[in-house]
Design a protein around this ligand. Structure first.
Ligand SMILES: Cc1cc2nc3c(=O)[nH]c(=O)nc-3n(C[C@H](O)[C@H](O)[C@H](O)COP(=O)(O)OP(=O)(O)OC[C@H]3O[C@@H](n4cnc5c(N)ncnc54)[C@H](O)[C@@H]3O)c2cc1C
Length: 252
C-alpha cells in the first residue's frame, strides 16, 4: 500500500482524559489502511509526527471518518498543533505507514494486547476490525496501564468487543483495578496461566515495552515470534531492547 498525500478536515475533537483527546477527521481521498497502521501528520506544514489510526478500516470505510487518539505533550509540536484544531480546520498528512498490524492469527492461540495510555490507539482499530470483532472466537485480552482511574481510555469498549480487560494503575489504589505496573500485574497472574497460548502485541511507553518483553521472553519463555511491538518513542534505558524478528505482515 503506497502512502498518499491527503488533506484532512476535522469533524470532532473530544477530550477522553485531562491530556488525551480523540481527533476525528475526513480525508479528501479514500484511504486504504490496515488496523494498527499510522498516519504521518504535517504539523505547522513542516514537522512530521506519527499517530496510529484509532479506528478500524471497516468503520472508516463505512463512515468516511478516521480517528486518532493523541496525548497532549505540553509544548510538543505535533500534539499541541492537533489539540488546537477546531471542527472544520484542516491539516496535511501522509498515510498509511507501518507494519504493526495483525499477523496471521495462530489457529490455536488467543490474543493479548498490552499498552499504556495512547498505546491503546492501534488496538482500538484492531479490536474493531472484522477479523477480531467477528472472525475470532478465541480468547481476547487487553491489559491497559495508566497512572490513575481518570486516565483510563475507552472504558467498556473492548469488553463489548469480547475482550477481557484489566486496567493497571501505577499511582492510584482502587478496589476494581490492579495497583502497580504492568510487569507487576503479569507477575501476579496464577502459576498455571497459559503464557504460550497467546500472541502478544505491545504498544506505548517504551520502558514498559522493554520490561514486558523481557518478562514474557526471558521469564516465561514466550517465543519472540509470538510478540509484536510498536514503540512510540525510543526506550530510555541504556540496554538495547531485545531484538524481535519482524514477522511478515499480511499482504495489504
Ligand atoms: C509509529 C508511531 C505511532 C505513534 N502513535 C501515537 C498515537 O497514536 N498517539 C500519540 O499520542 N502518540 C503517538 N506517537 C508519538 C507521536 O508521534 C509523537 O512523538 C508525540 O505526539 C510527541 O510529539 P510532539 O511533537 O507533540 O512533541 P515533541 O515536540 O516531539 O516533544 C516535546 C518534548 O516532549 C518530550 N516528549 C515527547 N513525547 C513525550 C511523551 N509521550 N511524554 C512526555 N514527554 C514527551 C520530548 O522529549 C520533548 O522534550 C507515535 C509514534 C510512533 C513512532
Amino acid at each position: 500500500m503506497h502512502a498518499k498525500k491527503i488533506k484532512c478536515t476535522v469533524t470532532a475533537l473530544s477530550w477522553l482524559s485531562e491530556y488525551v483527546f480523540q481527533l476525528d477527521f475526513k480525508a479528501d481521498k479514500k484511504l486504504k489502511f490496515e488496523a494498527g497502521q499510522f498516519i504521518s501528520v504535517l504539523a505547522r506544514n513542516e514537522i512530521k509526527r506519527a499517530y496510529s489510526f484509532a479506528c478500524s478500516p471497516e468503520i472508516a470505510a463505512n463512515t468516511g471518518n478516521y480517528s486518532l487518539c493523541v496525548r497532549l505533550v505540553p509544548g510538543g509540536a505535533g500534539s499541541e498543533f492537533l489539540s488546537k484544531l477546531k471542527v472544520g480546520d484542516s491539516f496535511r498528512a501522509m498515510a498509511p505507514y507501518g507494519n504493526f498490524v495483525l499477523h496471521p492469527l495462530a489457529r490455536d492461540r488467543g490474543i493479548c494486547f498490552i499498552c499504556t495510555s495512547t498505546g491503546i490507539a492501534p488496538f482500538r482499530g484492531m479490536a474493531q476490525s472484522d477479523e477480531l470483532a467477528n472472525g475470532m472466537k478465541r480468547k481476547k485480552r487487553i491489559i491497559f496501564g495508566a497512572r490513575a482511574e481518570n486516565e483510563i481510555l475507552y472504558p467498556g469498549e473492548f469488553e463489548k468487543l469480547g475482550f477481557e480487560r484489566k486496567n493497571v494503575l501505577s499511582q492510584e489504589q482502587t478496589e476494581e483495578h490492579f495497583y502497580g505496573r504492568i510487569p507487576n500485574y503479569l507477575a501476579s497472574l496464577p502459576n498455571d496461566f497459559a503464557w504460550h497460548d497467546y500472541d502478544y502485541y505491545l504498544c506505548g511507553n517504551p520502558d514498559m515495552i522493554v520490561e514486558t518483553l523481557r518478562y514474557l521472553n526471558k521469564s516465561k519463555g514466550v517465543s519472540q515470534t509470538q510478540i509484536h511491538i510498536e514503540y512510540f518513542a525510543a526506550p530510555s534505558k541504556k540496554e538495547a531492547p531485545i531484538a524481535i524478528p519482524a514477522a511478515k505482515p499480511k499482504a495489504a
